[in-house]
Write a protein that binds this ligand. Sequence first.
Ligand code: NAP
Length: 255
Amino acid sequence: MHDRFDLSGRTALVTGGTRGLGNAMARGLAEAGADVVITGRKQEGCDAAAAELAELTGRNVVGIACHMGEWAEIDTLLACANEAVGGLDILVNNAGINPVFMPIADITESYLDKLLAVNFKGPVRLAQLVGAQMIERGGGSIINIVTIGAYNGGPGVGPYSASKAALLNMTRVMAWEWAQHKVRVNAVAPGPFDTDMMRGAEAAIPGFNEGAAAATLQKRVADPDEIIGMIVYLASDASTFVTGGDFKVAGGMLT
Ligand SMILES: NC(=O)c1ccc[n+]([C@@H]2O[C@H](COP(=O)([O-])OP(=O)(O)OC[C@H]3O[C@@H](n4cnc5c(N)ncnc54)[C@H](OP(=O)(O)O)[C@@H]3O)[C@@H](O)[C@H]2O)c1
């Protein structure tokens, strides 16, 4: 039977693939047959994670350091990714940050600039470059990782949720502009997953995880592997008529 989820012969770039959700996504894409480039801020971390993923999956997995907040580095990233695996079929804009909880009253210009640079401007620049390449190559799939908070911000997470809301909005525009070129663009909005980001939130606000779990219908925080199905679906031919969408992977958490 034809396997619509098979990614053999495809290439993918997952930003922030050194740990957390991005690492699980990269593993899932490689297990489905893709060769994968992952990124992080430090080359050693990228190399270590890539070697581990290659060992686990038997695919070509390459790590390339790139700070997503540095617009100029993103051109270099794409050039290196092309060299490592050839042109890209799949882009997952996963890298994102929420370093601290910051009430509106405390927001500084530099903090807002930093959040927008990493969570919004970088992903848009990368999608712009990869999208152009996908158009030339005859199509592709771009997946922008946002958050349930992109639909409704909450106290202390204004800059984070607003940066993701901007990316969610831009996802729809990308899908609209590029549909004619067979480039599909979708957003995935995770609920609470057990990663360093959630552990940081728990350290800053004891009880945060319990509260996040309680807000889901399943009353739990998810394992990073539970994001994989949605990513492979959106990356693959199983979703050829799916574009401009946003998909919650959040245990029924309401927005
Ligand atoms: N975990 C959740 O519950 C949750 C919920 C909703 C949305 N999300 C979203 O899901 C995505 C992944 O989250 P996560 O929980 O897996 O986060 P995480 O555990 O903190 O991992 C973040 C990843 O992004 C990389 N990264 C951080 N800053 C970067 C930068 N400036 N440039 C390039 N790479 C950078 C990190 O790599 P290095 O440290 O090696 O640089 C790491 O691979 C994020 O966009 C986040 O907003 C997560």
